[in-house]
Ligand binder design. Structure first.
Ligand SMILES: C[S@@+](CC[C@H](N)C(=O)[O-])C[C@H]1O[C@@H](n2cnc3c(N)ncnc32)[C@H](O)[C@@H]1O
Length: 275
């Protein structure tokens, strides 16, 4: 989805340099970053997007980074009316309003990757579940017994509950609340816990202690500078150790970028026991 290519003959060299190469499509909404200096060319940019992506009915300009506890970015609507849409991936549909809740279609490949790892009969917990994309893709693509998602933003939980119905997944449960209050109350253990909140996941590591079966997995998401990638597995294993949990990294990969030279990484950690 290269905007630069599509606008090559319409913008000057200088203007092209200011333009971000790609943008995100969520259902029939395009999310684009346009610097102030290029706003006089916004109609050309919008035309380029909608002529290539006929399904786009609304264009949102991102004017503030993902922020706050609910991780919602600030947007300015520059085309169309509706900000609620249905994003489709892996045979699932997600009703979502990106101006009110976090959603990223860029994590679609990661959701499928994790879902394919889930074994028959597993009990899975998804912290920070948002509108439910991880739990619902897991339920659709695996034979998990139960998938529980916890989310703090009540608007996201409403969408999550609607998405459970839309996707007809019977083994998914949406719980509204703070993971720090809810997880300690759970009985029994999970085979797998996902922690898809890369900005502060280390504050929640203590919650997994005694909650995962030995040999089970934690999928831990975090941001790290590219030049520190090699040391990341050890750093994360130490964070868990300090929280009383012994884990071993079995897999690591970059799954997105956050800023220049800062990436989102996922580490698949095998749960070996408690300290
Ligand atoms: C980066 S978003 C990820 C959402 C979802 N996993 C996805 O991929 O679309 C992090 C989410 O965690 C939620 N959140 C933040 N703190 C929380 C907490 N203490 N307990 C539960 N959810 C929380 C936010 O509201 C936000 O929806």
């Amino acid at each position: 989805m290269s905007l630069k290519k599509d606008l090559k003959d319409k913008l000057s060299e200088e203007e092209l340099k200011l333009l971000r190469r790609s943008f995100e499509i969520i259902g029939n909404i395009a999310v684009v970053e346009i610097p102030d200096e290029l706003m006089s060319k916004k109609d050309l940019i919008i035309s380029a997007i909608i002529s290539r992506h006929k399904q786009v009915k609304t264009v949102l300009r991102k004017i503030g980074e993902v922020n706050g506890i609910f991780r919602v970015a600030r947007f300015e609507k520059i085309y169309g009316k509706e900000t609620e849409t249905i994003a489709k991936e892996h045979g699932c549909k997600f009703l979502v309003d990106p101006t009110k809740v976090y959603f990223s279609s860029k994590l679609s490949g990661e959701r499928e990757r994790v879902a394919r790892l889930v074994g028959k009969g597993e009990r899975v917990l998804v912290m920070f579940a948002g509108v439910g994309p991880f739990p619902i893709v897991i339920a659709k693509l695996s034979k998990a017994k139960e998938v529980i998602g916890i989310e703090l933003n009540s608007v996201a939980v409403d969408y999550f509950k609607k998405n459970i119905k839309i996707n007809k997944v019977k083994n998914v449960v949406a719980i509204e609340g703070d993971v720090a209050e809810i997880i300690p109350k759970f009985e029994g253990k999970f085979d797998r816990i996902l922690m898809p909140a890369p900005y502060s996941a280390d504050n929640f590591v203590h919650l997994v202690k005694n909650k995962v079966t030995k040999g089970g997995f934690i999928h831990y998401y975090t941001f790290e500078s590219e030049n520190l990638e090699d040391r990341l597995p050890q750093k994360v294993e130490e964070i868990f150790f300090r929280n009383g949990v012994i884990v071993k990294k079995r897999f690591i990969r970059k799954c997105g970028s956050f800023a220049p030279y800062v990436n989102r990484y996922v580490l698949d950690l095998e749960y070996l026991g408690e300290v």
